[in-house]
Ligand binder design. Sequence first.
Ligand SMILES: [Fe+2]
Ligand SMILES: [Fe+2]
Length: 359
Amino acid sequence: MEVDDALFQEIKDKVAIPLNILANLVKTPSDVFLAKINKETHSIEFIKIMRVGAVVSAKLISLIQKLGLEEVYVPSPRLGNLVQVTQEAAQAVIQNQAVPVVTKAKLLHDSAKLLATVAIKEKKIGESVQGASAYVDTVADFVHKVPEAMGDLAQMLTLDYSLYTHSVNVCLFALCFAEFIRLSPKEAKALSMGALFHDVGKTRIAPDILKKPGPLNADEWQVMRQHCSIGFDILEKHSGFSQQSLLTVLHHHENMDGSGYPAGLKENDLPITSRISKILDCYDAITSTRCYKTGLTGYEAIQQMYETMLPQLSQDLLTQFVHFLGFLGRKAGRKGTPRSASLVLGNQTNGASAPRDQK
Ligand SMILES: [Fe+2]
Ligand SMILES: [Fe+2]
């Protein structure tokens, strides 16, 4: 279905969730709706298809799939319940030997999308942090026991940038990279939680700055750079967020040579979780397509990071990240907007590929 973004932004009380989340529940913890766009009145009508507590049947899921829909809608106030039930369902699916690895990876990817929806789109940080804690434990255990699942997870990450998809991508990269370099469980959790919420401060930045298609002026830059400390302030109120996760959020734009923000810390003063998040954040931003630039391929992104960003990045960790991408191999090709020849040329001639919040 072709969706008008502006139209959907007007919806205050219902939230789109992946159909796959519903499909893996035994019973729905909330009413479930389908959205129907009335083109004549330019409005959206919701059709209730399930009541709270109803059993989720394979037949209904199949019918919705046949309509070509990948999302259903739930009332925003019920999201907390949905997050909790989804984490329980995901754990059960992961432990089920009969379920294929790729199906498990899809559910984990959709679970991350749900957590990011709750935090970024709905700004329900407490509900999301609570669910995320159980979520990162589940994924960390899964990729530890089934390392080949990392390729499946990487393949599901999207190239089209939004704050929400970027948060999902960086979190899943963090979980897999932490396993790849055998980070301690405590640091892996701090990194992954920090990664999912690293840009949550941007939800408080004015949309005209956040979504400005052109370059930001000095004043706008000053505002944009506050997102690290704003994110820290938002998250420190939540007990499920560890001190190291908070530092990961606060320092994800620090550069190893001390030229970053907000504190201008150098490599030796930064925890490993901040040094890793810097690399993952850059890589996802460079490879993603935004309104003002197209994404580079993984190879080009690494080339750019080595050629123009090396003083800002931990060389040792960057080397390990390149090995990690090699490990993911061809499976890590991500879906999204294909690059056009003109945009590619534009990148090469005017440097438009640089993600502006990495400058
Ligand atoms: Fe950021
Ligand atoms: Fe980011």
